[in-house]
Design a protein around this ligand. Structure first.
Ligand SMILES: [Zn+2]
Length: 68
């Protein structure tokens, strides 16, 4: 099982391969659940392929503050 780095879903590598939902970036292979996720990744691979986020930025996962 691989992880779709765009939406966070688990992806079956074999299925992704058969549907051409794969991208390579910096020597790493990425698998996606859908064409949309692959397209998003292809547009901004550095955004999704980036290594660990610094600890002080992890709190924006909730996003509640942005609702106004
Ligand atoms: Zn996805």
């Amino acid at each position: 099982m691989a992880k779709d780095v765009v939406c966070g879903m688990d992806v079956d590598e074999r299925q992704a391969s058969s549907e051409d939902l794969i991208s390579s970036y910096l020597g790493q292979t990425y698998y996606f659940c859908s064409k949309q996720c692959k397209k998003q990744f292809d547009q901004e691979p550095q955004r999704y392929a980036a290594p660990a986020v610094p600890p002080d930025q992890t709190d924006r996962q909730t996003g509640e503050q942005y609702l106004g």
